[in-house]
Ligand binder design. Structure first.
Ligand code: PHE
Length: 451
């Protein structure tokens, strides 16, 4: 059965893999990004398209990506090389893995800056800075914070260092342990915040904003952003699931795992929305106030609820840890490639990759202050990196994975890897061969104005 093992070891169990994949999926994307882009894109319209993308593209592509990794058990570049040989296909499929690694660096570069904000806010929570907060205070606090490049660089460096330390410890000691305790605590915290949101006067309005269907607000920008967010939040299209798949033992069911991971990821994002929008409306804040949304809303909750000090500290700490379990997933494809193909030790690979992402992070740091006025195509540099990666590179990577798994790989191999009952295999096959690729492709065409 198992012909070879990944060079880096394996997850100790199916549960360990699910935790790690959930750790990769659940992160800033759910708690920081989902609410603010839902807010900018009309709320419920965005949420509907988002959920549809998760089900129709996200889950089948997550299965496909994991499957590719597990079959070849190597870093994404060599995985694609091995699998194209096996399928007798064009070796240029490797570019898919290269694009993924570039996307990983670009995402990590800004991810670390934002996770740095969360780290700084953990300290603010400890210092009791949120006591008696109101909308005005939290807005001033946030704007004051991001206006200082030095402070942002400090926290960005802090977070990137933490990421490198964990990644350098490898699969079982680093990645697995880091995720194990976190998920249950994160869930409890989210429910607690929703509990607070229910007591505010904005609860009904918040729910209405997120869930009452409004088709009139669905524009091509909403659809593209929602699709991009589905790929980003599930951590698809850039090799992460491929490399995490390479560490998956043969007896693990890829289908069940993907459904659990995608389900958990979606629940956390929706809970974050349900916690945040009532506070937005109850305090006269604006749903479309951008990347600062979480940082301007939740401190109001912590500053006014019983036990708010403790919950505030716990929440931001959780956010940092959730971000860490995603940031290690962003860099792992490149690190694995450096180790396997460039003969580096894990430590050397971490330092190199970390330095590159760290240096790139300065662009994001400055785009919130010194370079805030620099706009390309009407977007700040941060928005540009984010849009390019989430809305274009990840869906394009996902599209390629879908075509490869649906059309290029031999059917007998996908049947064997997925080991699904016939009726379920047929559904997956239809989604991966037709629905998912057509969905991504049509959305791209629509956005560039061809459709
Ligand atoms: N899914 C992570 C989040 O939502 C980000 C991520 C993207 C992680 C791509 C891995 C790969 O925060």
């Amino acid at each position: 059965m198992i012909d070879k093992q990944s060079l880096h070891g394996e997850w100790s169990s199916r549960f360990a893999f699910i935790l790690a994949a959930t750790g990769s999926a659940v992160g800033l994307g759910n708690i920081w990004k989902f609410p603010y882009i839902a807010g900018e894109n009309g709320g419920s319209a965005f949420v509907m398209v988002y959920v549809a993308c998760v089900v129709l593209m996200g889950i089948p592509i997550m299965m496909a990506e994991t499957m590719l990794g597990r079959r070849a058990k190597q870093n994404p570049v060599d995985t694609m090389r091995t699998l194209t040989q096996e399928a007798g296909a064009d070796s240029r499929w490797q570019y898919l893995a290269w694009m993924g690694m570039v996307a990983g660096f670009l995402i990590l570069s800004y991810y670390s800056v934002i996770a740095g904000w969360a780290s700084a806010y953990t300290l603010k929570a400890v210092m009791g800075d949120f006591f008696g907060s109101n909308a005005e205070k939290t807005e001033v606090m946030f704007n004051d914070f991001i206006s200082s490049p030095l402070r942002l660089i400090f926290w960005h460096s802090f977070f990137m260092l933490a990421t490198m330390v964990i990644v350098s410890k490898g699969v079982r000691n680093g990645l697995e342990k880091a995720v194990q305790m976190l998920m249950p605590v994160l869930f409890i915290m989210m429910f607690l915040l929703v509990g607070y949101a229910m007591t505010t006067s904005g609860y009904q309005q918040g729910l209405h904003f997120l869930f009452s269907p409004d088709f009139s607000k669905i524009t091509s920008k909403v659809v593209l952003t929602a699709m991009g967010q589905a790929f980003f939040s599930l951590g698809l299209g850039m090799g992460t699931m491929m490399i995490y798949g390479a560490y998956v033992p043969k007896n693990v069911s890829i289908g069940k795992s993907a459904i659990i991971v995608a389900g958990a990821d979606t629940i956390v994002a929706l809970l974050a929305g349900i916690a945040i929008f009532p506070i937005v409306f109850a305090n006269g804040l604006h749903p479309d106030s951008g990347p600062g949304l979480v940082f301007e809303t939740l401190p109001i909750a912590f500053g006014n609820m019983t036990g708010g000090w403790l919950f505030g500290v716990l929440f931001f700490l959780m956010l940092v840890v959730a971000a860490l379990t995603s940031s290690i997933a962003l860099i792992e494809p490149a690190v694995a490639w450096l180790i396997e193909s460039k003969d580096m030790t894990r430590d050397q690979a971490c330092v190199r990759a970390g330095l590159v992402a760290w240096a790139l992070g300065f662009v994001t740091v400055f785009s919130f202050n010194r370079w805030a006025d620099i706009h390309v195509f009407g977007h700040t540099l941060f928005e540009l990196i984010d849009g390019l990666t989430a809305n274009i590179m990840l869906p394009a990577g996902g599209l390629a994975i879908a075509i490869f798994a649906g059309w290029v790989m031999k059917q007998q191999h996908t049947v064997q890897e997925l080991a699904l009952p016939d009726s379920q295999y047929v559904i997956w096959k239809a989604l991966i061969s037709y629905v998912a690729p057509a969905g991504v492709f049509l959305i791209f065409l629509h956005v560039v104005g061809v459709l």
